[in-house]
Design a binder for this molecule. Structure first.
Ligand SMILES: Cc1cc2nc3c(=O)[nH]c(=O)nc-3n(C[C@H](O)[C@H](O)[C@H](O)COP(=O)(O)OP(=O)(O)OC[C@H]3O[C@@H](n4cnc5c(N)ncnc54)[C@H](O)[C@@H]3O)c2cc1C
Length: 305
């Protein structure tokens, strides 16, 4: 049953007709519980509140299905404006983005040009940028672009997904770039030819990646809501004398808030990933696919304002 609902929501996440409908209706249906708002100004008070609690943030302007050069350039401009707003409102926030929103599916030069504009602005204001990882057909292109840009822009991170068989190789290959890596299990529907079909393997592999990247001496974001992963990390850093300034925990906005606060109290750094934007639909469907319990509040959202 769980597998059926997961596949169903992952199928919906890629459906552009539903995406268009969702835009028309706005972020009701519970999406506003896990999305910061449809515009960045809507998200600012929420970010300020999280910062006030001691939580760092990374904002992500949601955007999928970008297939025109004009739109990709507009996305880059919006990224620049977000960085300026982070600076002018003195927010404790990084910025996350997806390369497809900047033209990855159109051409490589366009993405590089858009990223350079964003990273120049980020450098000016001291804002760190992280490139999210999308589905496996884009992993290699994303990592190649990351490597190219990382030699010129230090405050740049990316993501490795432990469900990929090749994830350990990726962590190893990136080591010479002193990467800032966010390590996750992976959110897309992937075939058995590239990803572990067994969830236990994905979990074990994530532990291995966390250990490898931390022992390589690279700053690591452990992005998981899973207590087993969090407890593993706490034990690992204790055993190896890894200090709290070498890693952070990351969780999605609207998920496990009390756990986030508890980790803060224990002295760990915690960052909340807050998506915003009109394109909330695909993100929302992937979260439903991951955790059918999220459906409860989604359904409640359909009938309440
Ligand atoms: C900050 C951040 C950034 C991410 N960036 C990317 C990315 O760039 N690319 C990508 O592919 N994926 C990304 N992801 C998604 C990630 O790959 C996983 O799909 C997602 O985090 C679910 O895996 P999990 O490790 O949190 O726990 P799961 O394996 O989903 O769950 C394990 C256990 O954790 C507990 N749990 C999980 N969620 C909750 C909850 N909401 N409330 C209470 N308990 C819960 C439950 O006990 C559950 O059984 C990101 C995730 C985070 C947190």
């Amino acid at each position: 049953m769980e597998a059926i609902s997961k596949n169903f929501f992952l199928y919906l996440s890629n459906n552009s007709t539903f995406d268009r409908l969702a835009k028309r209706f706005g972020s009701k249906f519970g999406a506003d519980r896990i999305v910061g708002g449809e515009t960045f100004p809507m998200a600012i008070p929420l970010i300020k509140q999280l910062n006030h609690e001691g939580l760092a943030v990374t904002v992500d302007h949601l955007g999928e299905f970008v297939n025109s050069e004009t739109e990709a350039r507009a996305r880059a401009q919006e990224g620049i404006e977000t960085i300026q707003a982070i600076a002018s409102h003195e927010l404790n926030s990084e910025m996350s983005l997806k390369l497809t929103s900047l033209g990855l599916d159109i051409n490589r030069e366009l993405v590089i040009e858009n990223m350079e504009k964003i990273l120049e602005e980020a450098k000016k204001y001291g804002v760190t940028v992280t490139i999210d990882m999308e589905d496996s057909s884009r992993t290699k292109a994303t990592l190649d672009i990351y490597k190219e840009l990382k030699t010129r822009y230090d405050a740049l991170g990316t993501v490795i997904q432990s469900y990929l068989y090749r994830s350990e190789d990726y962590v190893e290959e990136l080591n010479e770039y002193n990467p800032y890596l966010r390590l996750v299990k992976g959110a897309y529907k992937e075939p058995g030819t590239v990803a572990f079909p067994d969830k236990r393997m994905v979990d074990e592999n994530l532990k291995g990646l966390i250990k490898k990247n931390l022992l390589n001496g690279n700053y690591t974001a452990i992005a998981s809501h899973d207590d087993a992963i969090i407890d593993y990390t706490k034990q690992l850093v204790k055993e190896h004398g890894i200090t709290n300034d070498q890693f952070e925990f990351q969780m999605l906005y609207g998920m496990r808030y009390q756990t986030q606060l508890n980790l803060l109290k224990e002295g760990y750094k915690v960052r909340v990933y807050m998506p915003y934007g009109e394109d909330w639909y695909g993100y929302f469907m992937r979260r439903l696919a991951e955790r059918p319990a999220n459906i409860t509040f989604a359904l409640k959202g359909m009938f309440t304002k």
